[in-house]
Design a protein. Structure first.
Length: 755
């Protein structure tokens, strides 16, 4: 693009100071008059019948006002998703399912009261793992998976009877995405590799647990929900659907979000809202860490088998994938996402991706930054490295030869638009980590690529100028990654004002222009167009006002430094605040300076990455130490490079965590590590310096050429770790997270086989 003043330059985030000073307002900070505090009572069993609930002791405890059960809140409605679930009825279907809710005057009193609730359970057979799910001897839903079969279905985009009836099974969905003759291609291949790769379920590990405050409105059925969420309109729809309310009666006020990564879309909001409406008093619930990890929606465990073949010249000719996904008690829909990427990273005319999404008696799985991609690419990129070794070629050369380009097919058959994967791979070739590999024994450098197609949605924004010269942007989006700081730069660039004079007004579902949830890497590319449209209209209004004021031609008006002036006439200058005042008070004039912008992209702007990881492996213990890392990503155009680099580094840090540290552990169907003492993840001392290399190959669809940024950085790190270990000591890790014991066992088994 042309020379810019603010866009493309590094600049601080607009809410950074209030966060570091502790002044940001989170849902857990909110206190309302007559507010009650809620504490859930969670099932310890993955499957059980609820024979009775004794609330007498809890109700007698100091400060306890009520103990609510499914009989009080469910209203006869059947839950068909985790956000739609209120309290258990006669049966619990996962360990961590809320069975009762204790309400008290203080949080401590609610906690004490919850410990006194006595629930009589009859433990029932449970589906605890993928093997049991596939056996179908015990069914999670003997009567079939609950569906949105009432009028509520329209609120969630579903239609009654849209799916064909089938005999109940734990295979919630089996899909095959196929093109060409895969079996024939693999039979004729010069080299074929095959492996099965296992990923543990992982939690999003945000610092702020789920937190909600619900306040009844002036008339029955009206409610305001203050919540830590990535998508206020999604929460409104979920709460209204779960409780049978009008969407217009549910007002959602998004609060500052202390981390989400795909997990905060209303899991506990309906429960808290139901309690507030039942009691006709405000109710606040902030989950403890253990409650959060037990009852929310982690990324699923997967088992992915990859068979990959190539000709003697290194051309990939066949790919066969079988992905088994452990969904928990409800469907999520990882299959199509996994198929799109795992079958669409490399040019290949013969591809088959088979997926099975399984039901288990576990908490429902959900989104975690690029859902399914770290798992899928751990499998694919490990196989690509093994194929390179089988062919006797360099792993970078093999990727450059076969990586997809614009027009090549995704795993579901649709063509990719313009993408910059090859540009990222070329930057790998010149990176010091790659050039200096292989110089130290037991040290290795792993390469993996990743990407994300990205979502996009219609959005709106309002821009106005106040009489003091402040520019205000009214948006309905939730800022979870600094995206609003980029919107400020767009308005400042368009209007010729300092970014510090631009303020963001984040509206509720009642007052904010529509915006999609902050997920799928879609907010920046979706909202930018609306902000640009609104601020461009305001620019035109200011030019018209200045032209009228100076009796000059509008083509001679310049906007710069918060003022309008006539080109070449220094004394004819007026601030935009004074122009706004003129518009507001001039009878018969143009009126206030305000405009509503709208945008709806026709296509997405996918983002791709290539990542390098440098490790040292101790051959005596199997311990893996991270020594360095680099993430190279095509972002199209970096609106604010500082924020882009932060996204790239943060996402790669999470990928490294999935690779080396993180994994939920289940014992008899219950989560065995439901806290940050037992659930391992990397700290600042564990993550090496991450070199963020920005590649800018502008998108034809993204505003200013920008591409998606948020999701790609997490996709390849775990695979790069596994490939680095292979490069260092020659053993192939096939299960995540990598532990010292697993590496040591592989080294021992190799030594034993050699003897």
């Amino acid at each position: 693009m042309t020379t810019t003043t603010y866009l493309g330059k590094r600049r601080k985030i607009i809410d950074g100071l209030e966060k570091v000073r502790g002044r940001a307002r989170y849902a857990g900070d909110l206190t309302l008059a007559a507010m009650l505090h809620a504490r859930p009572v969670l099932s310890p069993y993955p499957h059980a019948r609820v024979r009775g609930i004794d609330t007498a002791a809890a109700l007698a405890a100091p400060g306890v006002v009520a103990v609510l059960t499914g009989a009080d809140l469910n209203g006869g409605r059947v839950a068909y998703s985790r956000p739609n679930m209120i309290l258990a009825g006669e049966e619990v279907v996962f360990a961590g399912q809320p069975v009762a809710l204790v309400l008290a005057e203080t949080d401590a009193q609610a906690t004490d009261g919850a410990a006194l609730v006595e629930i009589d359970y009859e433990e029932l057979p449970a589906v605890e793992d993928a093997g049991q799910a596939l056996a179908d001897e015990v069914l999670v839903w003997p009567g079939g998976v609950p569906k949105a079969e009432t009028s509520l279905a329209s609120l969630h985009g579903g239609e009654a009877g849209a799916e064909a009836a089938h005999t109940p099974t734990n295979i919630d969905e089996a899909r095959t995405f196929e093109r060409g003759d895969v079996d024939a291609a693999l039979r004729s291949a010069h080299a074929v590799v095959e492996g099965t790769y296992v990923n543990a379920p992982v939690h999003q590990s945000y610092l702020e647990p789920h937190a909600v405050v619900a306040e009844p409105g002036r008339r029955p059925g009206q409610v305001t929900v203050y919540t830590s969420t990535q998508g206020q309109y999604t929460v409104r729809n979920e709460v209204a659907g779960a409780l049978g309310l009008r969407e217009g009666d549910v007002r959602v006020e998004p609060m500052t979000v202390g981390g989400g990564f795909g997990a905060k879309y209303g899991i506990t909001d309906a429960l808290v809202t139901a309690a507030a409406l039942h009691m006709d008093r405000p109710v606040r619930m902030v989950l403890t860490r253990t409650e959060d990890m037990l009852t929310t929606m982690p990324a699923p465990g997967t088992r992915i088998t990859v068979k990959l073949g190539a000709d003697a010249d290194g051309t990939i000719v066949g790919l066969d994938v079988h992905a088994v996904i452990e969904n928990g008690v409800f469907r999520f829909g990882h299959a199509g996402i996994i198929a799109t990427i795992i079958g669409g990273m490399y040019r290949c005319k013969d591809v088959r991706v088979r997926t099975q999404e399984l039901l288990l008696n576990r908490a429902a799985s959900g989104a975690y930054r690029a859902p399914g991609m770290p798992q899928a690419l751990f499998a694919l990129e490990s196989a690509v490295d093994d194929l390179a070794q089988a062919l006797g070629t360099d792993p970078l050369t093999l990727r450059v030869k076969n990586a997809v380009q614009a027009g090549d097919a995704t795993g579901t058959g649709r063509p990719w638009p313009d993408i910059g994967l090859h540009a990222c791979l070329e930057r790998v070739r010149e990176h010091p980590l790659w050039q200096e590999r292989g110089r130290v024994p037991n040290e290795g450098v792993g390469l993996a690529i990743g990407g994300w197609p990205g979502a996009f949605s219609p959005t709106g924004a309002v821009c106005r100028v106040d009489t003091d010269g402040t520019v205000r942007l009214h948006v309905g989006s939730v800022d979870i990654s600094g995206v609003h700081s980029s919107m400020v730069l767009i308005a400042a660039e368009t209007l010729g004002v300092d970014p510090d004079t631009v303020e963001i007004v984040q509206g509720s579902t009642d007052s904010g222009p529509y915006a999609p949830g902050s997920g799928g890497s879609q907010i920046t590319i979706s909202l930018s167009g609306a902000v640009l449209d609104a601020s461009t209209q305001v620019r035109e209004q200011l030019i018209d006002l200045a032209a009228r004021h100076f009796e000059a031609h509008r083509d001679d008006i310049e906007l710069e430094g918060g003022s309008a002036r006539v080109a070449g006439v220094p004394d004819k200058t007026i601030t935009i605040g004074k122009l706004a005042a003129l518009g507001q008070r001039t009878a018969g004039g143009p009126g206030p300076v305000v405009a509503e912008g709208r945008a709806a992209l026709k296509a997405g702007a996918p983002g791709f990455t290539a990542q390098l990881v440098h490790v040292r492996v101790d051959p005596d213990t199997g311990h893996v130490a991270l020594l360095g890392a680099a993430t190279i990503q095509d972002v199209g155009y970096a609106l604010n490079p500082m924020l882009v680099e932060g996204q790239m580094q943060g996402g790669m840090a999470q990928g490294l965590g999935i690779g080396l540290y993180e994994g939920q552990r289940f014992e008899h169907g219950a989560l065995g590590n439901p806290n940050f003492m037992e659930y391992a993840f990397p700290t600042a001392t564990d993550i090496p310096p991450i070199d963020a290399v920005i590649v800018e190959q502008p998108s034809e669809h993204g505003p200013f050429g920008a591409r998606i940024v948020g999701e790609p950085p997490i996709t390849a790190g775990a695979a790069a770790v596994a490939n680095a270990i292979r490069d260092a000591v020659g053993v192939r890790v096939t299960e995540l997270p990598v532990t010292a014991e697993r590496v040591w066992t592989l080294l021992r088994d190799r030594a034993t086989a050699a003897d």
